[in-house]
Design a binder for this molecule. Structure first.
Ligand SMILES: Nc1ncnc2c1ncn2[C@@H]1O[C@H](COP(=O)(O)OP(=O)(O)OP(=O)(O)O)[C@@H](O)[C@H]1O
Length: 584
């Protein structure tokens, strides 16, 4: 459905039944107003003839036609007024509903769906893009229907005046619509090129701002090649996009003008050859010019809708993103806080398997450290346990129950995690820690804050616990955010804790806090740690060594693995050597 070219059903899909009804009625009223507009244009001819000759034309005197024209105008304007009203109401309903649909969907999407740019993308979607698309529902659909109806009625009426012009219009209008579709496709292609260029540049600018630290460390604070090449590539794509858009607009403008000029030439020829009178010729030329406005409005509505197509594509993509199947009620209760992965296979992309038959057995209350080369899938293992994604094959079991057979609430009541990318809410430091357990007492809060090193942060900040963390926790450093995240895990007291130790170097103070917190967590929970520090590895009851092909290479205690003289021994020696490095 998302790739369907039909704009209107895609738009109405995001309206509720009431809004859809209003939109349908509004569109019908627009169509009625278009029919009236077409009839009004058609009436001009007999009315003028009746005025000139003083005789009735087609059974009505000039005054008769004047009354008919007034009636048609009143009906047309009233229909247009109510059509606009209903369409705007439906457009507003679309926007309201869209926010709810996206909001609900976001709460059901697997955690693995969210990437670094998801927040920006979603916020653009439910603000600017949603307003623009709502405007298309409210305005462009009606404008298109109204002007198309007027053009068709006018075209039919022309047959009554002059069969020659009737034939000309009847043949040329389908050709014109075809040309307008081609122009619409050109404008669509142009918009696509320009949008993708803008998106790429925006992503590179965000990256440039985010990576300032790393760039300055490499003395490249202002020269970021990726950004510069994205500007160059973006300029090229924008120019190509502009050419396509310009081609579309020139094609549509020229087609409309050619049709009108042909009409005027044909009318003038008929006038000059005596087939129609001088007054008829003048009125027909006037009406032809009015007809141009109708065609231009049709083109602008089509282009307006084309502009919104990419936005609708983005909305469809979010709404249709695959959700993890969830059970309404957990099928069984875990018997304990053990974790077991059996023959787990997983890939983010089909062609690149990450885990190839991984077994992991973590008895209740034990601590397992996962080590292995960068990119071998250690964090992915934790994410599968927390069900950010579903395994492709095999199973992840908690207390003997497959995580797919547990409700999200049951799973997250048992599991808490500390990942490297810690998100804090723009709330006070206190609330950010308390969100893990809103019923915790002041003593409990202070105890976990002491352990995780949050107390030192609180004492340093002028507003203490009441300091606002900024969006995403921007006001705190990476190390401070990690302390808050560990404090949350300690406060939640979940039976299973997943901890992805920071790969970046932590200061000595922070490392001490992490080690102290791990010791506490180890005493009361089953703990699975993706470990990078030797001290953490040493604390584990069991170590699982992954190899770069996504398989478990070795499993055992520190002493057992050292005695094996395999991959772990290699890892240990290398880490040991690098930890001895000193700056002189
Ligand atoms: N959301 C994702 N989409 C596609 N590929 C991903 C995604 N997340 C991770 N990967 C890829 O999967 C592989 C395993 O990633 P993972 O983060 O599990 O590795 P890791 O062993 O924890 O690495 P590190 O020790 O460097 O943190 C990597 O090649 C990574 O690029």
């Amino acid at each position: 459905m998302s790739n369907s070219k039909r704009f209107l059903p895609r738009l109405r899909r995001y309206m509720d039944e009431g809004d859809r009804r209003q939109h349908r009625l509004g569109t019908l009223l627009y169509a009625l107003s278009g029919v009236m507009c077409g009839i009004g244009l058609a009436i001009m001819m007999p009315a003028t003839m009746a005025l000139q000759s003083g005789d009735p034309q087609w059974g009505l005197t000039f005054w008769g036609w004047a009354v008919a024209l007034a009636a048609v105008t009143v009906v047309g304007s009233t229909a247009s007024f109510f059509g606009t009203k209903l369409s705007y109401a439906a457009g507003l309903g679309f926007m309201r509903n869209m926010q709810v649909v996206i909001g609900n969907k976001v709460s059901r999407l697997p955690l693995g769906w969210f990437k670094a740019d998801s927040a920006g993308r979603l916020s653009r979607m439910v603000t600017q893009e949603m307003i623009s698309t709502g405007q298309a529902a409210a305005l462009y659909v009606g404008q298109l229907i109204k002007n198309a109806a007027a053009a068709i009625v006018f075209c039919a009426a022309v047959w009554l005046w002059s069969w020659q012009i009737g034939i000309m219009l009847t043949l040329s209008i389908p050709i014109l619509f075809l040309l307008l579709r081609v122009s619409q496709a050109c404008v669509g292609k142009g918009n696509g090129l320009e949008d993708s260029a803008e998106r790429d540049i925006a992503a590179r600018i965000v990256e440039f701002a985010r990576c300032q630290g790393a760039l300055r460390a490499c003395r490249a604070g202002a020269d970021y090649e990726e950004l510069e090449s994205s500007f160059v590539e973006g300029r090229k794509r924008s120019i190509r996009g502009l050419w396509w858009s310009a081609l579309g607009e020139i094609l549509s403008g020229t087609s409309v003008q050619m049709l009108v000029v042909s009409m005027i030439i044909a009318v003038s020829y008929l006038g000059a050859s005596g087939s129609i009178g001088a007054l008829e010729t003048v009125v027909m030329i006037g009406v032809a010019l009015r007809f141009t406005t109708l065609l231009n409005e049709i083109a602008s509505a089509l282009f307006g809708m084309e502009d919104r197509r990419a936005m609708l594509d983005g909305m469809d993509e979010v709404v249709e993103a695959a959700e993890l199947p969830v059970v309404g009620e957990s099928r069984a209760r875990p018997t304990d806080a053990s974790v077991r992965m059996g023959e787990v296979r997983f890939s983010y992309m089909k062609e690149k398997p990450i885990l190839r038959g991984v077994d992991l057995d973590v008895p209740e209350g034990s601590m397992v450290a996962i080590v292995g080369p960068s990119g071998c899938g250690k964090t992915t293992m934790l994410k599968l346990i927390a069900r950010f994604y579903d395994v492709d094959d095999g199973a992840v079991r908690i207390g003997g129950v497959d995580v797919r057979d547990m409700t999200t609430e049951d799973l997250f009541a048992r599991v808490s995690f500390v990942f490297q990318d810690v998100y804090l809410f723009n709330d006070t430091l206190r609330n950010n820690v308390l969100m893990a357990n809103p019923d915790a007492s002041e003593e409990q809060l202070r105890a976990v804050a002491d352990l995780a090193g949050v107390t030192e942060v609180v004492e340093r900040l002028p507003e203490g616990w009441e300091t606002l963390c900024g969006e995403g926790g921007r006001s705190l450093s990476g190390g401070e955010r990690q302390r808050v995240s560990i404090a949350r895990a300690l406060l939640k007291q979940a039976p299973i804790v997943l901890l992805d130790e920071a790969t970046s170097a932590l200061d000595a103070e922070n490392e001490k806090n992490v080690v102290r917190s791990i010791e506490t967590l180890k005493r009361r929970s089953t703990l699975i740690v993706v470990a990078h520090k030797l001290e953490t590895v040493r604390m584990a009851d069991k170590i699982v060594v992954m190899d770069s092909s996504g398989k478990v290479a070795e499993t055992g205690t520190h002493n057992e693995l050292i005695a094996l003289e395999g991959e772990y021994k290699d890892f240990w020696d290398k880490r040991n050597a690098s930890s001895q490095w000193q700056l002189v």
